[in-house]
Design a binder for this molecule. Structure first.
Ligand code: SF4
Length: 159
């Protein structure tokens, strides 16, 4: 049986950080309805703690919720399957059946707003040019700095 495809609208976050789920995958094993021993509970708590410190936990959770077929078991972003089901139900109630599409569109809008904020507004060349030509040439109005004073002296000595 082929592995289901990930929903491309919510990509898995990129990070160069060492993720506990990759270095210690055994901690993150959890079957639906698994009756757990004390050792299991401790291991699961260890995984949850690691997720809480993970730099991509928020995006990992979003990806796990958007891809139920890829995350039917295991611990993802400190959640077990039952908790993810409950979160998906709430997302569906709030945003409708295509909640993944709604969340992805909101992500795109946020990213676009961030890019717009980062980009300085493009100068309008026409007003800048006309302002330059409209300004009269009045070098005397420029501050007489020590450098300018020195240059003036040199010019006087040349004449
Ligand atoms: S939050 Fe996600 S990526 Fe981070 S350690 Fe947990 S399962 Fe791995």
């Amino acid at each position: 049986m082929s592995r289901p495809e990930a929903d491309p609208r919510i990509p898995f976050p990129h990070t160069d950080a060492r993720l506990a789920c990759r270095t210690n995958p055994g901690w993150f094993v959890h079957e639906y309805g698994q009756s757990s021993s004390k050792a299991d509970r401790e291991r699961i708590e260890q995984a949850r703690q690691a997720c809480r410190r993970c730099p991509i936990a928020a995006d990992c959770l979003k990806w796990a919720l958007a891809n139920p077929e890829l995350t039917p078991t295991g611990i993802w972003a400190a959640t077990v399957s039952r908790e993810r089901k409950a979160l998906r139900r709430r997302l569906q109630e709030r945003h409708g059946l295509d909640w993944v599409g709604v969340v992805a569109a909101a992500d795109r809008a946020r990213e676009q707003a961030r890019l717009n904020r980062a980009r300085p507004p493009a100068p309008d060349p026409a007003p800048a040019a006309s302002a330059m030509w409209a300004r009269p040439y009045e070098p005397w109005r420029e501050p007489l700095t020590p450098g300018r004073q020195q240059r003036n002296r040199e010019l006087l000595n040349q004449t």
